[in-house]
Design a protein around this ligand. Structure first.
Ligand SMILES: NC(=O)C1=CN([C@@H]2O[C@H](COP(=O)(O)OP(=O)(O)OC[C@H]3O[C@@H](n4cnc5c(N)ncnc54)[C@H](O)[C@@H]3O)[C@@H](O)[C@H]2O)C=CC1
Ligand SMILES: O=C(O)CCC(=O)C(=O)O
Length: 452
């Protein structure tokens, strides 16, 4: 009972200290809801104020990013890097470039990243960064000038042994290239391990591009196996059509499933015959067009639903698996009810916190297998850690070897999460399992390192 009071007191203090940062509050609430049992078993965490410390970032950096657009006008954006926790290793986590990015967004992502990275079992702390810069409609030259200006401030805060950023929404290999180029230029050091998600010819790792989507599907495969199910013959919905979504679709198809819906922020596509991934990639990655073009060019039974989410597709078909791979809070309680009615057996978060608390409740009460992002999408950051290993040893591994490592890591995360849920008396609860397994690894390291 006393520990429940501690949790509520620390949560109340967190709200007071971080006013208005609703996504950060949501992420903290979700982790704290799993921790009562842990504090009962480990009073040393309470004595050392681990809860208070773990939700206070070690460092938060906010900076001005001035750059010149193609019309010669000076533009100003805000840059962020939140260095959340380095008990297990250098801060590690992506950069998001999107107009909605605020400090609270970066804090929620950084907080999630701490536990996710711990769950991988690899030596990486947690951090996240980004900017309210909107890359949509910007020319290549504008993207480059923005990235160079961002790095002109960020370089003094990052490094192979300090903080290692990577991509996230709006940041892919092109942006990592411009960021790395500017870092190299300013520091006069070819420090490959300072960023991950690099191109394979200049220090990147094979499989990093595919890793988050593939990893989420591997994790789901393990969950399905606990019910004697697999992807073979499964009908699947995937939200988004970016990096995570595309490779989740590819792996589902490779395993014999059929993805029948995908989306972007303008609406959803429904293709009952299965998404033609080559066409989708050509439209989204090469031509950078809206997803409605898919329905125009695919023909047949494919249709575009303007403004709709993929979860709102009305159809008689059953849906076996749902993989939210777009953005936070994109799957609502009402949409979870629809998925349950459509027969869904598993939902795994490829994105970070895409499922609202109400939707998670609906899915859990209906007995749907539910994998939180910090477990299901950890394959991306885990492969970033493999990229760091390759950089440190000046080596580069084959696709097969790296994918094999990814697959083992995802199996390990599934095993650790499921075993922790069993140990704490909630078998099959991947939310509690992931939160406790991630938390205890970080908390034990924090105890060992003293009050710092
Ligand atoms: N890239 C990575 O390695 C990792 C990414 N993630 C998470 O996965 C999610 C997607 O990231 P990426 O694929 O890297 O980004 P991306 O920028 O490549 O793609 C994002 C996709 O989401 C779509 N989208 C954005 N808002 C939407 C909305 N409201 N409704 C429907 N679609 C929407 C965009 O149109 C785009 O297709 C994010 O939550 C990110 O934090 C998590 C782990 C690693
Ligand atoms: O690979 C990385 O370091 C970043 C991955 C990331 O941002 C995430 O897991 O959300």
């Amino acid at each position: 009972m006393q520990n429940r009071t501690t949790i509520e007191d620390v949560y109340a203090a967190t709200l007071q200290r971080n006013p208005g940062e609703v996504e950060f509050h949501q992420a903290v609430r979700e982790v704290f809801d799993s921790l009562g049992r842990v504090l009962d078993k480990h009073p040393q965490y309470v004595q050392a104020s681990i809860l208070e410390r773990i939700c206070e970032p070690e460092r938060q950096i906010i900076f001005r990013v001035p750059w010149v657009d193609d019309h010669g006008r000076v533009q100003i954006n805000r840059g962020f890097r939140v260095q959340f926790n380095s008990a297990l290793g250098p801060y590690k986590g992506g950069l998001r470039f999107h107009p909605t990015v605020l400090l609270g967004t970066v804090k929620f992502l950084g907080f999630e990243q701490v536990f996710k990275n711990a769950l991988t079992g690899m030596p990486i702390g947690g951090g996240k960064g980004g900017s309210d810069f909107d890359p949509k409609g910007r020319s290549d030259g504008e993207i480059m000038r923005f990235c160079q200006s961002f790095m002109t401030e960020a370089f003094r805060h990052i490094g192979e042994y300090t903080d290692v950023p990577a991509g996230d929404i709006g940041v892919g290999a092109r942006e990592i290239g411009y960021l790395f180029g500017q870092y190299k230029r300013i520091t006069n050091r070819y420090e490959s391990g300072v960023l991950t998600g690099k191109g394979v010819t200049w220090g990147g790792s094979l499989v990093r591009t595919e890793a988050t989507g593939y990893g989420a599907v591997y994790f789901t495969e393990h969950m399905l196996a606990t019910r004697g199910r697999s992807f073979d013959g499964a009908r699947v919905l995937v939200s988004g059509s970016g990096n995570v979504a595309v490779y989740a679709i590819e792996k589902v198809h490779a395993l014999g499933g059929t993805v029948v819906g995908a989306s972007d922020s303008s609406g959803a596509i429904h293709d009952p015959d299965g998404i033609d991934l080559d066409l989708l990639r050509d439209i989204k990655e090469r031509r950078r067009e809206r997803i409605s073009v898919y329905a125009d060019e695919r023909g047949g039974r494919a249709r575009f639903l303007p403004g709709a989410a993929v979860w709102d597709i009305e159809s008689e078909e059953r849906i076996d698996v749902a993989l939210p791979c777009a953005t936070q809070n994109e799957l609502s309680e009402a949409q979870a009810v629809k998925l349950v009615a459509a027969g869904v057996v598993a939902v795994a978060e490829g994105a970070n916190m895409p499922t609202t608390p109400g939707a998670i409740r609906v899915l859990r009460e209906a007995g749907v297998l539910f994998a939180p992002g910090k477990a299901a999408n950890a394959g991306g950051v885990a492969t970033s850690a493999l990229e760091m290993q390759q950089n440190a040893s000046r080596d580069s591994w084959s696709f097969e070897h790296t994918e094999e490592r990814l697959s083992e890591i995802m199996a390990g995360i599934h095993e650790r999460t499921a075993a922790t849920a069993d140990e704490y008396g909630v078998p099959g609860d991947y939310v509690v399992g992931a939160n406790i397994a991630g938390f205890t690894r970080v908390a034990d390291a924090m105890l060992a390192l003293g009050v710092i």
